[in-house]
Design a protein around this ligand. Structure first.
Ligand code: XIL
Length: 313
């Protein structure tokens, strides 16, 4: 049998995977694609494991939809990348409006991590522990982040240490966008990884979100050297949320296929790149408005990107 995941594994990678959501689980034809482990060896929950979904009120945890996704992955022998513990977005208002002091917010964060990571202990290949903690210039995000503005950057190593305590076997990732190529933000992420290590907390991976634009992807070499810079710090790398936008009104699916192949080729060239996850698989369910960034079209037919990815592994 052949498929995107089978080819990735044949190239020595751990998985080719996709984000899935409760919406996909409720759409039989779309879900049939997600269930095919030849194409997808790994799932990430789109929203179902985020703070607002899992701890909607203080100390009350809810896992209904996330549990369904994890159960489907387990039934199909698919890995879970679990996403995301500490992020400035999709945080419930009881946290953002709570006016908690530093010590209280740290205890809220640690308690959240202990509960959520504990609930999925042994079931997550990886956790995105901290998501999007950097500004575009590579400095730590304070404005707009309850974590950064209340606790300061120390929330980052504290979160990694708490996740490690709750599931010592999970690979713990820092995850961000616009770190895919060399630049100030990628350098900032490398500094963040060094900072976590300097605090004595474990960090095992850099998640490159990979929200890219058709025609602006360029050559594989820049992604290769960027991934290598992270690998040199002793961490794995992965593309965690890959999608390559093209306007649904005037799409360029040929260029999009070339651009997907470029990212696959870059990952293939770097041994520390463990896998690629796309942020969904069908244009029917994408978070980008008026865009057709994925591998199957809205009618669940394969686009040119499918064969391009297959052949690039
Ligand atoms: C997005 C989801 O796809 C949307 O449904 C939601 O409304 C907002 O979040 N970076 C991330 C993901 O780490 O969690 C985001 O997912 C996309 C950007």
């Amino acid at each position: 049998a052949d498929g995107l995941n089978s080819r990735a594994k044949a190239a020595g990678k751990k998985y080719f995977g996709t984000e899935v959501s409760g919406q996909v689980l409720n759409d039989g034809s779309a879900n049939a694609i997600a269930k095919n482990a030849e194409d997808f060896g790994q799932y990430t929950c789109e929203n179902e494991m985020k703070f607002d979904a899992t701890e909607p009120s203080r100390g009350t945890f809810s896992y209904g939809n996330a549990d369904k996704i994890v159960a489907q992955a387990q039934a199909n022998g698919q890995l879970m990348r679990c996403h995301a513990l500490v992020w400035h977005s999709q945080v419930p208002s009881w946290v953002t409006n709570g006016r908690f002091d530093n010590a209280t917010l740290i205890s809220i964060m640690k308690n959240h991590i202990a509960n959520v990571v504990g609930h999925y202990k042994g079931k997550c290949y990886a956790w995105d522990v901290v998501n999007e903690a950097l500004n575009e210039d590579g400095s730590y995000r304070n404005s707009g982040s309850v974590w950064g503005s209340t606790i300061g950057p120390a929330f980052i190593p504290i979160a990694f240490a708490a996740a490690a305590a709750a599931d010592p076997a999970a690979k713990l990732y820092y995850n961000d966008y616009n770190c895919d190529r060399p630049g100030a933000k990628s350098t900032g992420a490398q500094n963040l990884i060094k900072m976590v290590k300097a605090y004595g907390a474990p960090i095992h991976g850099m998640g490159l979100q990979g929200h890219l634009t058709t025609g602006q992807v360029g050559s594989a070499s820049q992604y290769v050297s960027n991934m290598q810079a992270f690998a040199n710090l002793g961490v794995d790398v992965a593309f965690t949320e890959l999608d390559i936008a093209t306007p649904s009104s005037s799409p360029n699916f040929g260029q999009q296929a070339t651009d997907y192949a470029t990212i696959v080729s870059a990952c293939k060239q770097v041994s520390a790149c463990v896998g690629i996850t796309t942020w969904g698989f069908t244009d029917k369910y994408t978070w980008i408005s008026n865009s057709a960034p994925l591998i199957w079209n809205t009618n669940l037919q394969k686009k040119p990107a499918y064969d391009a990815i297959l052949n690039a592994w």
